[in-house]
Write a protein that binds this ligand. Structure first.
Ligand code: FAD
Length: 412
């Protein structure tokens, strides 16, 4: 078997792996990236958060992305019957980017990896990690190419960015049940032939059908729109009398008063994808010689589009710390990595939970709006969940609940 040596092995070339690889290349470190599929490939996660722009910028990936003409995302709209709540990132509390993109991930991830290749990153598509053995923190990874040829890579450190491939959580039994109740999603892309002119046509929106059931509408600059339904797994199962994903998604679209005219009856570009019980968690995010990032470490819920932001935040931080460690410096992975990531996860977990209890929806749709409260929640929805100057970050565990309670009391 051919044995190669590298300082760092990155598993997976999604946003997390791409940001990590770009940073390490910039620092002159030796890294190999292995990616199981051939890009472009379809993957979910199309609504980005402004916080990720910081990561793309620092990794040196932003200039190339800027030239691709992706649809700008300036905020997000939540709809509940006749009630509308629009968040405008330019009105958020605190510092940070006030826009990002809404992207077909096939094109977006391809753009990221083309830039990596242009920068000289050793990136191998159609190469799958099938086994990893650790000895005293050093690892030997068995990879397999599309023709079934196997070889080995010895790495001083592994950054696992394998998303739902969850390579190291599987091999090292690191999985733990998610704290969130089981939810599932079905989505596809649609040629948006009825797209209205102006802002309405490109407005990214979340339409609440029932308290725990919502439809996403993410228009792209290529004229297509991503449409997806998210709900408790039991609801998704009952959406049609048979197992047809086409029928389930069609029924979900028809349940949206706001969108059934625009999308009802239009053909789907690809067979809808089913993401069943999508929330994932691990009991340990790092170990001797490795770290987990992005979806390989944790995925909460799509409702606030935090997935890619978490992937790039963790990918960049993991790369920085791994680089530091290989330079001979001491790294406290618990404090510098796990505690940082868990802090952000905790804030978003509260928001996700309070979304499904209805408390956050009470705040979103309360009239008259309080611009100060809105600006602070908006900063969270932009991904700035590490800013303790924001009370909606710092006191996340009771502020939403208390405010919703107060609003409900005042209505009685
Ligand atoms: P990925 O983007 O999944 O990349 C992982 C890569 O690793 C893949 O290319 C895969 O082929 C590769 N890989 C896997 N196994 C192996 C292996 N054995 N060897 C080599 N390579 C391997 N996030 C948002 O930000 N916005 C959203 O609107 C959003 N909507 C979502 C909706 C749903 C229903 C779900 C379930 C998730 C959504 N997400 C969203 C989350 C988002 O999809 C992920 O958080 C994000 O893609 C994670 O990025 P990543 O780089 O960790 O993993």
């Amino acid at each position: 078997k051919i044995v190669e040596n590298t300082d760092i092995l990155i598993i997976g070339a999604g946003p997390s792996g791409s940001v990590a690889a770009a940073y390490l290349q910039k620092m002159g470190s030796t890294a190999i990236v292995v990616e199981k599929t051939k890009f472009p490939r379809i993957v979910v996660g199309e609504s980005l958060l402004p916080r990720s722009m910081d990561h793309f910028e620092e990794a040196g990936l932003l200039d190339n992305l800027m030239q691709k003409g992706f649809e700008k995302k300036l905020g997000a709209r939540f709809i509940r019957g006749n009630e509308i709540c629009i968040f405008d990132f330019s009105k958020k509390f605190g510092k940070g980017w006030d826009w990002t993109w809404q992207v077909p991930r096939a094109d977006f991830d391809l753009a990221l990896t083309e830039d990596l290749q242009a920068k000289g990153v050793d990136l191998r598509f159609e190469t799958e990690v099938i086994d990893v053995v650790f000895t005293n923190g050093k690892s030997v990874t068995t990879i397999q190419d599309k023709n079934g040829n196997q070889s080995q890579i010895q790495a001083k450190f592994i950054i696992d960015c394998s998303g739902y491939g969850r390579v190291l959580p599987r091999l090292l039994a690191l999985d733990t049940p998610s704290q969130l109740s089981p939810h599932s999603a079905i989505f596809t892309h649609i040629h948006d032939v009825n797209r209205p002119a102006g802002q309405e046509g490109i407005q990214i929106s979340f339409d609440i059908i029932e308290r725990e059931v919502w439809l996403w509408v993410i228009p792209f600059s290529n004229g297509n729109t991503s449409v997806g339904i998210v709900a408790p797994t039991t609801y998704i199962e009952q959406l049609s009398t048979n197992d047809s994903l086409q029928e389930k998604l069609t029924n979900a679209i028809n349940a949206s008063d706001f969108y059934k005219k625009r999308f009802g009856g239009l053909p789907f570009i690809f067979e809808p994808k089913h993401l069943k019980n999508y929330s994932k968690a691990v009991h340990k995010m790092y170990g001797d010689g490795f770290v987990l990032t992005g979806n390989s470490a944790e995925f909460l819920d799509p409702v606030f589009s935090s997935g890619v932001c978490f992937a790039t935040e963790s990918g960049l931080l993991a790369a920085k710390l791994a680089y530091k460690q290989l330079q001979g410096e001491n790294v406290n992975w618990e404090q510098d990595y796990a505690a940082h990531m868990e802090k952000g996860i905790k804030v978003f977990t509260t928001y996700v939970k309070e979304w499904y209890t209805g408390n956050l929806q009470t705040l979103f749709f309360h009239q008259p709006e309080d611009p100060d409260v809105k600006a602070k929640i908006c900063a969270v929805l932009a991904g700035y969940v590490w800013n303790d100057d924001n009370p909606f970050v710092k006191k996340h565990d009771n502020l939403i609940k208390n405010m919703a309670h107060f609003i409900n009391m005042s209505k009685e």
